[in-house]
Design a protein around this ligand. Structure first.
Ligand code: MG
Length: 371
């Protein structure tokens, strides 16, 4: 499986409404920024990272893929995944300019493409290649009903529809208003509408500080909050550890952490209870496995963040024994040959060989941008 081509790509796919916002971001498109790697046996592997579809920023990633990493991959054996990951991740000139950020998410795309290739070569979906499914049914939780930009009445209607019509049993709603009591009011309205048996997590996307979080939690604890995701600035280990000690609501985080080392620090400090790695932000499947196994060895649940909008994570989640559920946001599924699918609140287990990243020709034609 000698690598013969490394072709970066950028797609900007429109989301299912004109725009959405959480406490920190506003989005109209999702960027699918990655690489198609060809081998001398005629196979192609696809891998990508997820972005906010800002073309100049996305081109930093594709430049790193094509110009920094690409020449190091040509002629290599695509089956040597761990060796190639180390070769790229520890290349001194690239490491000097970034052990996180652009260089790391570029490596994520490459690593996913190499796993996709190995799955296709073996004729196995990734979850099978990794060791088989450890759960019969993977639950989906719906984030798409809960954006901060959705007014309260529509938030309540959408939550009820997701439960009563679409079969979900788990929801997540965004929080992060300047006055946290607005978020309490929204949460209470959703809880009242969907009843006590539905789990509802919340996500502040790093917006608040420790006193605001503690004030919020004192009011929220009786409302049965399933987890509190990214309450404060992403890298602030001490404040998350302090919050975790001071509230009964479990702390969830990880979507903004780039490395297994960063996860080690949070886990070691007792600053996280639901571990949320993202295969598109840590350096691909290879590093995700390290994070998930480390969390599992600490008896912590792993619930991935879907920067890939679920295409790869559905495989990883069916496989990994610490995972029993996965986030659901259906923005880009139709760009892929085997789209993610949720039926009656559960992810359908993918069947096609590879990591679920093969783009359709129609998506490339409709949403492709010049690198
Ligand atoms: Mg989040």
């Amino acid at each position: 499986m000698k690598i013969t081509s490394v072709e970066p790509f950028i797609l900007h796919a429109p989301i299912n409404v004109p725009s959405i916002s959480d406490s920190t971001h506003t989005i109209t498109h999702w960027g699918i920024v990655g690489v198609k790697i060809g081998t001398d046996d005629g196979l192609f592997g696809y891998g990508y990272t997820g972005t906010h579809a800002h073309l100049e920023s996305d081109r930093l990633v594709t430049s790193c893929i094509a110009k920094s990493y690409g020449p190091m991959l040509m002629g290599e054996d695509a089956r040597d995944g761990d060796r190639l990951w180390l070769k790229l991740a520890r290349f001194p000139a690239v490491q000097w300019v970034g052990r996180a950020g652009v260089t790391h998410i570029a490596l994520a795309a490459i690593d996913i493409a190499l796993w996709d290739l190995r799955g296709k070569a073996a004729g196995l979906p990734l979850w099978k290649l990794l060791g088989g499914a450890t759960t019969e049914l993977l639950e989906a939780y719906n984030t798409d009903i809960g954006w901060l930009s959705i007014p309260k009445d529509r938030l309540v209607d959408g939550s009820k529809r997701a439960i009563e019509h679409d079969g979900f049993r788990r929801l997540k709603i965004k929080v992060g208003h300047a006055d946290p009591m607005i978020d309490i009011d929204r949460f209470e309205a959703v809880r009242k509408a969907v009843g006590p048996s539905v789990t509802i997590a919340i996500d502040a996307n790093g917006k608040w500080d420790l006193p605001t979080c503690q004030r919020f939690c004192a009011r929220a604890e009786p409302l049965d909050v399933f987890w509190f995701e990214e309450p404060m600035w992403y890298d602030d280990v001490g404040s998350h550890a302090a919050l975790a000690r001071s509230t009964s609501i479990p702390v969830a985080l990880g979507e903004q952490l780039y490395t297994a080392d960063a996860f080690n620090t949070f886990i070691g400090a007792g600053a996280v209870q639901y571990v949320q790695p993202d295969v598109t932000r840590v350096a691909g499947i290879t590093e995700y496995i390290q994070v998930a196994h480390n969390a599992h060895s600490h008896r912590l649940p792993v619930v991935a963040h879907v920067g890939d909008m679920g295409q790869v994570h559905v495989h990883l989640s069916y496989w990994h024994p610490a995972t029993s559920m996965l986030e659901y946001i259906p923005w880009i599924k139709d760009c892929f040959v085997e789209p993610i699918k949720v039926e009656d609140g559960h992810y359908v287990r993918p069947q096609m060989p590879g990591a679920g990243c093969t783009l359709t020709d129609q998506a490339v034609a409709a949403f492709g941008q010049s690198c």
